[in-house]
Design a binder for this molecule. Structure first.
Ligand SMILES: *Cc1c(COP(=O)(O)O)cnc(C)c1O
Length: 375
């Protein structure tokens, strides 16, 4: 077998992630590689921290990046915040919140689930009831934008309820960060994690995280040591803080970090509030064109939708998988399938980061018309 250099077709990535990477970000990836303790690289890490504080809307210095995908951030937040035996209330209405449950069970936490219908925002009263019935709960966890269903929960309100019951909060802002309002300090989110490849329009493999003062205090006072070496916050902070004096923890992927830095810079130049507005406006345009030109409807009621990730009902009699294959092979366009309970019933259409613009909406509508034979 002869091997040659890999050169993929260009794809338009309009699924639940990854989204297309801004070409300016891709350019930075090929710059000279630095060692993970090089003073220049440490300077870059400090800039990334400061840009992330802007992006998360937090003043916390325990804001940094894990070298791995969003799932690593999920595991890191949970394994630091939860000790075996701790009671944890998890609000779930989809696949990703269920992943949180699996992780907490592996840690040995006692899970209490607040169940919501897939495709709906978590009903705050259900969390209130669960906390009234479980006064010994220590942590409440939930997902902001449940990418598997397209539903967006009001996590400001969920967090208020959790704190009223003296619980700390772990929040998944993987799909929301950079695309829709996330206010870490104002909403009192104690441990949050995200990813690089969705709203931030960067390459995959990095997970921004942030911990509040209360979370750090809670972690410091644990009785049982953190059950992970790689995700131990104390060790990670030794690498991510301390001026020029850093402790080697792992070899950070320096070129990838150039990309994240550039992506965060682009977001700051646009101003994050403008990015949030852009995502909402383009989403509204896409929804109305889906309805008018293709007779397609979101499954999530308006007011509970993730603007930049729409779960669309597959019309009766249409071969869901064939549509995705045709879009990919004939139009180089990737969209997502349903997961879990929604497999075969929905398509997931992402309009995030660099892709949230009118040109992409036009391209999508025109390709979908051809594939569904609606010209
Ligand atoms: C994508 C996603 C994850 C997992 O992120 P990976 O980078 O794929 O590990 C977790 N939570 C939500 C809500 C997601 O959309």
């Amino acid at each position: 077998m002869s091997h040659k250099s890999f050169n993929p077709h260009h794809r338009i990535l309009m699924g639940p992630g990854p989204s297309n990477v801004n070409p300016k970000v891709l350019d930075t990836l090929s710059r000279a590689t630095l060692g993970h303790l090089d003073p220049q690289f440490i300077g870059l890490m400090d800039e990334i921290k400061s840009l992330l504080k802007y992006t998360f809307k937090t003043e916390s210095d325990a804001t940094f990046v894990l070298s791995g995908p969003g799932s690593l951030g999920m595991e890191a937040c949970l394994v630091n915040m939860i000790e075996p035996g701790d009671k944890v209330v998890i609000c779930t209405g989809g696949y990703f919140a269920n992943r949180m449950i699996q992780i907490v069970e592996k840690i040995g936490g006692q899970v209490v689930t607040v169940k919501e219908t897939w495709g709906r925002a978590i009903e705050p009263q259900k969390l209130e009831d669960a906390l009234n019935a479980n006064t010994d709960a220590k942590v409440v966890a939930f997902v902001h934008a449940e990418t598997s269903t397209g539903a967006l929960s009001n996590i400001k309100q969920l967090s208020e309820i959790a704190h009223k019951h003296n619980c700390l909060v772990v929040a998944d802002v993987v799909t929301s960060l950079g695309a829709i309002d996330v206010m870490v300090d104002e909403w009192k989110l104690d441990a949050v994690y995200s990813c690089s490849q969705k709203g931030l329009a960067c390459v995959a493999g990095m997970s921004p995280v942030s911990f509040s003062e209360q979370a750090l205090h809670h972690i410091k006072n644990r009785k049982i040591p953190i059950q992970s070496w790689f995700n131990d916050l104390n060790l990670l902070m030794g690498y991510w803080s301390g001026g020029q004096k850093r402790m080697y923890h792992h070899t950070a992927p320096s070129n990838q970090f150039y990309g994240l830095h550039e992506a965060l810079l682009i977001l700051k130049d646009e101003e994050i509030e403008n990015a949030w507005r852009r995502h909402k406006e383009n989403s509204a345009k896409l929804i109305s064109r889906l309805k008018e030109e293709l007779d397609l409807e979101p499954i999530v009621p308006s007011g509970e939708r993730i603007p930049h990730l729409l779960a669309i009902k597959v019309p009766y009699g249409v071969d869901e998988a064939k549509v995705r294959v045709d879009l990919l092979t004939k139009h180089n366009l990737e969209i997502g399938a349903g997961l879990g309970e929604l497999a075969g019933k929905i398509w997931r259409i992402g309009l995030m980061g660099y892709n949230s613009n009118e040109k992409m909406i036009d391209y999508f509508i025109s390709a979908m018309k051809k594939v569904l034979d609606k010209n």
